[in-house]
Design a protein around this ligand. Structure first.
Ligand code: EPU
Length: 335
């Protein structure tokens, strides 16, 4: 068995039968043809292992960044194993703005489309031109953005295509005409600044994230543990009458997205500890490993959150992290 403790950001003491580093197309093909339980990890920043894994873990380690340009935009191809934040920084340093709101999101470029990473009013889908994949037959091809099924923290890679292909790279399109996105909370303060640069936004995003989200190299975690839930207008109205300060964001379909962190905090759970697992006191949407957490501690705490939030507000939270069992991924709704 091989330890996975340093290969995922929760830092839990779990193992896999074997691991395989994937760099070249041939490695990807070999991995796809393995007839045993298999899962892929980039930097393991959005997963919860519920115990040991009985198969092979493929570690996506391909590298490379290619930039081309036309009069309207830069086109960036990043290999799946490239670190996302490093890529954002490299582009910024080369005078290519656009990704600043998505700075400091942990993980690799190849993992970014799976849950359609998002923060501060932007998401990957806003900039994605295509996702390059290696399919079951071993062929490499590009799937255009509109066929990827992107939604809030989801895509076809997370749902109907999960396990049947490997993301080998992503294509980003960054318009030369830079439009700053300042509608989200703390970024609004930058509105109207004449000297505004993408660097200033990037620095603000990094500073806000550092103040709320624990550094996984110091305190094990996988970022937001739950998705923000969408509820029908009637339930939203009823909740708002009971809790006038409750944040909510109207959606195009008439539903309302609630802030899971607020629900958890107002269910009285901020800072709650179970074994070595804790609800992070500064951002209740994040579960942390205080050092000695077992997978069972994290699962039990997550279940307690789900039950208590449901009992208090009648809203069922669904994990945002991918839940991994002994043989592969477990549907998040089954936790
Ligand atoms: N809130 C509380 N108590 C808490 C946490 C949040 O009352 O303990 C309230 C905040 O005051 C605010 C609202 O909830 O009114 C939203 O909080 P925040 O701005 O921190 O964002 P979030 O909805 O909790 C989402 C993403 C984060 C992303 C931030 C910023 C999801 C599941 N999470 O969190 O993404 O960084 O917005 O855009 O959508 C991640 O995916 O791992 C992640 C960290």
């Amino acid at each position: 068995m091989v330890s996975l403790k340093s290969l995922h950001t929760f830092g839990l003491d779990v193992s896999a039968r074997s691991i395989l580093e994937l760099r070249e197309p041939e490695d990807f093909r070999r991995f796809l043809s393995l007839e045993e339980p298999k899962i892929l990890l980039g930097s393991g920043s959005d997963v919860l292992f519920t115990g040991d894994f009985a198969g092979t873990v493929g570690l996506v380690r391909s590298q490379g960044l290619e930039i081309t340009e036309d009069p309207k935009a830069w086109h960036v191809h990043a290999a799946a194993g490239e670190n996302w934040h490093e890529t954002v920084l490299r582009l910024e340093k080369q005078g290519i703005p656009g990704l600043e709101n998505l700075a400091l999101i942990p993980g690799t470029c190849g993992a970014a489309p799976v849950q359609n990473i998002g923060a501060y009013g932007c998401e990957l889908a806003d900039f994605c031109e295509y996702v390059e994949i290696c399919g079951a037959g071993g062929g490499i091809r590009r799937i255009p953005r509109d066929s990827c099924g992107f939604g809030y923290r989801t895509s076809n890679f997370k749902t109907k295509w999960a396990g049947s292909l490997i993301i080998t790279g992503i294509g980003l399109k960054l318009p030369r005409r830079w439009v700053p996105r300042l509608d989200y909370g703390p970024l609004r303060e930058l509105k109207g600044r004449q000297d505004l640069t993408s660097r200033m936004i990037l620095e603000e995003v990094v500073s806000v994230r550092r103040s709320k989200i624990p550094d996984p190299t110091v305190l094990g975690n996988a970022g937001s543990f739950f998705q923000n839930p969408c509820v029908p207008a009637a339930l939203h109205g009823e909740l708002l009458r009971r809790h006038p300060g409750m944040p909510a964001y109207p959606q195009k379909d008439g539903s309302f997205k609630l802030a899971a962190g607020w629900l958890i905090e107002h269910a009285g759970l901020s800072g709650r500890t179970l074994g070595g697992a804790q609800i992070y006191p500064r951002q209740a949407l994040i579960l942390v490993n205080t050092g000695s957490a077992t997978p069972g501690d994290v699962v039990a705490l997550a279940r307690e959150v789900i039950h208590q939030v449901f009992d208090t507000f009648g809203v069922r939270l669904v994990p945002e992290v991918r839940i991994l069992g002994a043989d592969g991924e477990i549907p998040a709704t089954d936790l």
